[in-house]
Design a binder for this molecule. Structure first.
Ligand SMILES: Nc1ncnc2c1ncn2[C@@H]1O[C@H](COP(=O)(O)OP(=O)(O)OP(=O)(O)O)[C@@H](O)[C@H]1O
Length: 220
């Protein structure tokens, strides 16, 4: 499957936020969006998902324009920047809702043993993020959007989430954004830099320095 987002124009009041956007993502590949704070990464993911309506956008699936919001196709899962699981829901219920097996999760994330009947609100900020990222990555879908999955996550769990991304990408389109650029570089197949409202496809990592996303020498 091929997903393309093209010709996006987003304004808030009269301020132009996005213009000159082209992004292509494919099944079997992790497509990353890097960019400084406020460059429009979250807006772009929300536009792709369909819950932010810009002045103009064109979404194509396998080359054909998609006229309804992507979330209405039920083909997509979205990890937003902020917690989305209701705080009063037990983990058991969350896993059932997403059609996932608790025991499989525990095998990989054994520190959550005994948490099955806990309300989501009992977890720490990082633990919430781990559970949300896990269910979004593992639930049935063809497209996964991840907005900052590595924030608030300790190093060992970041590695586990990277492994999950690698495991899941063979039958999914994964689009990811995060400020932890080293992890992004490691886990992604294609990188776009969002700068001045436009996407630039990165062919050589040193372009991240040339475009002043990273300071010179950061990649050494
Ligand atoms: N609802 C809104 N009303 C007005 N301006 C908004 C709104 N949402 C976002 N913006 C502006 O749009 C721009 C892009 O925001 P966005 O959240 O997409 O950035 P980002 O690249 O995800 O940033 P960060 O890395 O800090 O999360 C910012 O200048 C922000 O202030």
């Amino acid at each position: 499957m091929k997903f393309e987002l093209d010709n996006v124009e987003l304004y808030f009041k009269n301020k132009s936020i996005l213009s000159g956007i082209y992004l292509k993502a494919e099944t079997g590949k992790v497509t990353a969006i890097l960019g400084t704070n406020g460059s429009g990464k979250s807006c772009l993911l929300r536009i792709a998902f369909g819950n932010l309506k810009p002045k103009y956008k064109l979404v194509r699936i396998n080359g054909k324009p998609l006229l309804k919001p992507l979330y209405k196709t039920k083909n997509i899962k979205f990890l937003p920047q902020y917690n989305f699981v209701p705080s009063g829901m037990t983990l058991n219920f969350v896993f059932k809702t997403y059609g996932l097996n608790w025991e499989t999760f525990i095998k990989e994330f054994d520190e959550f043993l005994g948490f099955k009947t806990f309300n989501f609100s009992k977890l720490s900020g990082g633990q919430r993020r781990i559970v949300e990222t896990y269910i979004i990555l593992k639930a049935k879908s063809e497209i996964v959007l991840l907005d900052e999955p590595f924030s608030h996550i300790s190093p060992l769990y970041v590695e586990k989430i990277k492994t999950l991304i690698n495991d899941e990408k063979s039958n999914k389109i994964i689009i990811i954004t995060d400020h932890m650029y080293r992890h992004i570089i490691e886990v992604s197949d294609t990188i776009y830099l969002l700068k001045n409202g436009a996407t630039k496809r990165i062919n050589k990592l040193t372009e991240l320095e040339d475009y002043k996303y990273l300071s010179q020498g950061s990649l050494n």
